[in-house]
Write a protein that binds this ligand. Sequence first.
Ligand SMILES: Nc1nc2c(c(=O)[nH]1)N[C@H]1C(S)=C(S)[C@@H](COP(=O)(O)O)O[C@H]1N2
Ligand SMILES: [Mo]
Length: 368
Amino acid sequence: MTTWPVPRDARGPGATVWAPETVTADPYNAQTPSAALAEPVTPVGAFFVRDHFGIPRTPPGRWRLRIGGAAAAAPFALGYEELLAMEHRELDVVVECAGNGRSLMRPRPPGLPWGQQAVGCAHFAGVPFRVLAARALIGPSAVEIVFTGADSGPVHGRRAAFERSLPLAAALHPDTLLVTRMNGEPLAPEHGAPVRLVVPGRYAVADVKWLVGARAVTRPFTGVFQSEEYLYEASRGTPDGPVAGVRVKSLITEPEPDTAVRRDHETLVRGRAWSGGGVPLRSVEVRAEYEDDDRHRERGWQQALLEAPAGPYGWSAWSYRWTPRRPGPYRLVSCATDARGDTQPPQAPWNARGYGCNPVACVEVVVV
Ligand SMILES: Nc1nc2c(c(=O)[nH]1)N[C@H]1C(S)=C(S)[C@@H](COP(=O)(O)O)O[C@H]1N2
Ligand SMILES: [Mo]
């Protein structure tokens, strides 16, 4: 396996040079810079990267995807040109690591210490997996599809490929895509070139990068990334279920933390919100809290103005016009609620591995 150097910078709109903020150098893991989260579509050069092993490099001309497994009557292999020639579907999708926000949890669970920036929204183009599943004649005995990446390495003392399974219905959903393009460009090496899976509405561990295999299995898959990692656990060894759908969440992009805002002047509070699994957002509410001896709410929750997302899996911009009336430290809090009534908890939820951390977003500022 060849490893790419740390990804190159990319130029954003204007003269912004974007580069993700490194969390670990080898394997390369990096989060989206806060400023880039204000962009409606996260630039590729700013987009967070999560790699368990190295970044494998397969020239598109040598790439093959094998589709088969015990439950497929007509297994076959496919090349890149053939995939490119097939009809593509385009979707804006929020990609969020299940461990995003982990460093807010107390006590802090093991795992990469992500802030709230292991997230981005990209415009993807890809071929629905179901089209290829139909060609492989995947039969009724299939319960799951196991997707295999070209990367592998030691996990818990054994060598494992990066493999994840999806229930058959999720794999065959028309929005589950074999992606060839991100934001209009061929996939970058760190984001899974030449082809990755994108499963809208699920935490991004489902989005297998450097995809080389898809096999239909007749029994639930028990690979290490399925049955030992990516589980919600109340304590270590007591699984509550696998990491699956993205939880509703908002973040505040403006004002920036620890900045000064002016008393009796209107300040625009802005951010982004997403609901995860294709469920529309119902509202984003904002609250301003000030501190003197105790913490006070300036007013109750106020409705933010919510813009339409770019499609069912994209995120929405929201804004709220705030005029603070007293000087001193304030905390701005935002809370998103979706059409199911799911909402953000007031405090970071806790589980042993630090997944699904979606508390209300907070930014502290000083009114002068
Ligand atoms: N082959 C492979 N696919 C992978 C991973 C990996 O390590 N190897 N990491 C997963 C995880 S945990 C996340 S959060 C996303 C990150 O996608 P990105 O690096 O394009 O942002 O890729 C997923 N797909
Ligand atoms: Mo992840």
